[in-house]
Design a protein around this ligand. Sequence first.
Ligand code: ZN
Length: 126
Amino acid sequence: MANMFCPQCRLEQPTEHAFCVRCSASLPGHLLDISPSKRMRFFAGLRVTDADPEGAFLRVSCYLKEQIFNSPEGSVKIPGNHVRFSVWVGSEARSVISIPESEARELAAFITEELRRLNQSVASVE
Ligand SMILES: [Zn+2]
C-alpha cells in the first residue's frame, strides 16, 4: 500500500483523495502506482532561495523486483533493487536519478548519521 502525503503541508492522506483535507492543495494521487514490489513516498520541498520553485516536492520510489510494462508502443523493463528520485514541480517531473539499493542504504545511513552528529555538535556548543 502506498503512502501519500500532501506536497504543501505534509499531512498523510488516503490515496483515494484528490485534495488535501487540511489545506485543500491538489494531491498527486495520479502519480501513485500501487504495486506490491514498489513503495513510494512524497517529501515536501523547502524554498531556500528565491530561485527555488514554489510547490516542489521529491518523489522517492523503492523498487524491489524487476518489472516489465507492456504498451502498444513496446515494452519497458524496470530493473529491480533500486531507488528512483524525481523532483516534481506541480505535475511535472523536472529531473530524475536512480541509484542501486546499496547506494540508497548508504544515503539513508549518511543522512541519519550526519544529522545526529550535527545535532550533537550544536548541543555541545550551547
Ligand atoms: Zn495539505
